[in-house]
Each structure stands twice: as structure tokens, then as C-alpha cells.
Write a new protein. Structure first.
Length: 300
């Protein structure tokens, strides 16, 4: 198995230009900023990356540009979840061809809302390449007795768990008779997840785009069993998480990236773009937290 380094990973924002095209220059900036902040890797075109609002061609473009920008310095996980299983397979094969390290997918979207459909969906994707596959458990309950079956599928080697029932994850891991890695997806509870010891290998989340050093430090502190220090970093990080989730329009997220000098454009419909005044407001709110220094390129 291609081992996945433990640590903090960004569920990478997909930056768009003013005319709503993938912004390859901003992708490189996101990679450099994250690596400078201690991230171990990036999770591409997932929920935060607006993958389901993008075409297959655009998602391939993101994979290709990230692999080129990363230059082997970190791990790359390509989220290939799509409404059509055939699209997921095409994305998985492309990710394998260009050098991504892992692939991942949510369960079937809209159609096939049963465990058996999920099993078939994952089976088809995981068998389409030789890359290790990460189940993405998002907005669904984890049932250890049932979900252990997923790890019998070819290449299923891990799970991104965006939930808070860490006991269920622990029970699931105990049921497996093979090596598997689990990553926590709740930014605000990263230190809590790591406190279980050998259950989670790290975190994959949205906030890591903005304050990567906080999450890298939480991970490092936990690995040293210094949970008092980890709690302080988590408390600071959660001030940002509170701001992040205070508005339902994801365009506010992208606006705040301008505080560190990266223009990610607006989120795609059904989200709404922001006015210049609204952008400035959100940049100032992020700046007021004093968690990271402003870039000289920050919009005024």
C-alpha cells in the first residue's frame, strides 16, 4: 500500500478566475502556502473544492495542476465522487495516470441511497485502478458491523470521516484485520480525535487552507502527547472555524483567502458572488482574529 503520511491535510479550495475558469496560478499559491504551513498533503475537488459543481474536464485540470505544483513534496488525494459512477471511474483512472497518491469518493449522490448501492459504487471505483482508495463518510451514520464490509473491497485502505462519533470509528477499526488509516474531517474536533491514540492518523479539512500551521501544530503536539499545548492551538483554530461557519455563502470563504494573498474568486452557483464591500468585510473579520499575517497582496 502507498502509505499515507500522517498529519494535517487541506480539503483544497478550488480557485476560479473572474470568468469562472479554474485558476491554475492560484492553485500553485494554495499549495505553496499550505506546504509552508506544515501540511502533509491535499484532498482535491471534494466538498470544499466544489467538485460536484465542476465538470470532469475541470476536475482533471485541478488534479494535473496540483501534481505539477506539488513536485512530490506531499501526498495528493483525488476525490473522484460524482453522480455518475462512470464519471468517478474516469476521474480515478486519470488521477492514477498523472501521479496522484490516493483516490477517494463520497457515497452515491442523489441516486442509489442504500448501502448496497454504495458498496457497488465503491467496488466499481476501487477496482478501476491500483491506487489505494479512501471512503469518504460525509453526512451519514457510521455502522461498524456494516461498514467493515467496505474494507473487503479491492484497494479500500482508509476513510475520511466527517462526523463526531469517534467511538464508532474506533469500533470499526477494531473489526478490521488489515491495515487501514482514518482521517478526521471535523476541523473543530481534531485534537479530540487524536486523543484516542491509534485511531486517527490526521485530519482533512477546510480550515487548513487558511490556518495550516495551527493544524500542523495540533498534530505535532498530539504526537508528542502534549495535549495541553494541542488544546491551545485547537482553541485558536476554533475561533476561525466559528467565523467560517457563520455564513452559508461559501463565497465568503474564498474572499477570506485574500487576507493571505490568494484570490480564489467566488463560489459557484447556487452560491452568490460578493460585492467588493462584502469581500472587504470578510477579509477584515479574518484579519481581526490575528491568527495569520496578512500578505502584501491582500486586497484593501
Amino acid at each position: 500500500m502507498e502509505r499515507l503520511s500522517g498529519g494535517a491535510y487541506a480539503a483544497m479550495i478550488t480557485p476560479f478566475t473572474k470568468d469562472d475558469k479554474v485558476n491554475e496560478g492560484a492553485i500553485e499559491q494554495l499549495i505553496e502556502y499550505g506546504l509552508a504551513g506544515g501540511l502533509a498533503g491535499f484532498y482535491l475537488t471534494g466538498s470544499t473544492g466544489e467538485g460536484l459543481l465542476m465538470s470532469v474536464t475541470e476536475r482533471k485540470q485541478v488534479y494535473r495542476r496540483v501534481v505539477k505544483a506539488a513536485k512530490g513534496r506531499c501526498k495528493i488525494i483525488a476525490h473522484v465522487g460524482a453522480v455518475r459512477t462512470e464519471d468517478s471511474i474516469a476521474l480515478a483512472r486519470y488521477a492514477a495516470d498523472i501521479g496522484c497518491d490516493w483516490i477517494s469518493s463520497v457515497a452515491p449522490v442523489y441516486f442509489g441511497q442504500t448501502f448496497e448501492a454504495q458498496y457497488r459504487h465503491y467496488k466499481d471505483i476501487s477496482e478501476s485502478t491500483d491506487l489505494p482508495f479512501m471512503v469518504y463518510c460525509f453526512r451519514s451514520s457510521l455502522v461498524p458491523e456494516r461498514d467493515a464490509r467496505l474494507f473487503d473491497l479491492k484497494n479500500v485502505k482508509g476513510m475520511k470521516y466527517t462526523g463526531s462519533d469517534y467511538f464508532a470509528v474506533q469500533c470499526l477499526k477494531r473489526k478490521l484485520d488489515k491495515e487501514a488509516v482514518f482521517f478526521a474531517g471535523r476541523d473543530e474536533q481534531f485534537a479530540c480525535a487524536m486523543a484516542l491514540g491509534n485511531v486517527f492518523s490526521g485530519a482533512i479539512g477546510t480550515s487548513q487552507n487558511f490556518i495550516p500551521r495551527h493544524f500542523a501544530n495540533i498534530y505535532d503536539c498530539c504526537m508528542r502527547n502534549d495535549f495541553a499545548a494541542a488544546a491551545k492551538w485547537q482553541d485558536e483554530a476554533n475561533r476561525f472555524v466559528e467565523l467560517l461557519i457563520s455564513n452559508e455563502n461559501w463565497s465568503t470563504w474564498k474572499a477570506m483567502m485574500k487576507h493571505v494573498g490568494i484570490d480564489c474568486g467566488a463560489a459557484r452557483k447556487p452560491y452568490a458572488p460578493l460585492s467588493a464591500a462584502e469581500e472587504r468585510k470578510w477579509i477584515k473579520r479574518f484579519a481581526a482574529l490575528k491568527l495569520v499575517k496578512a500578505s502584501k497582496r491582500t486586497a484593501s
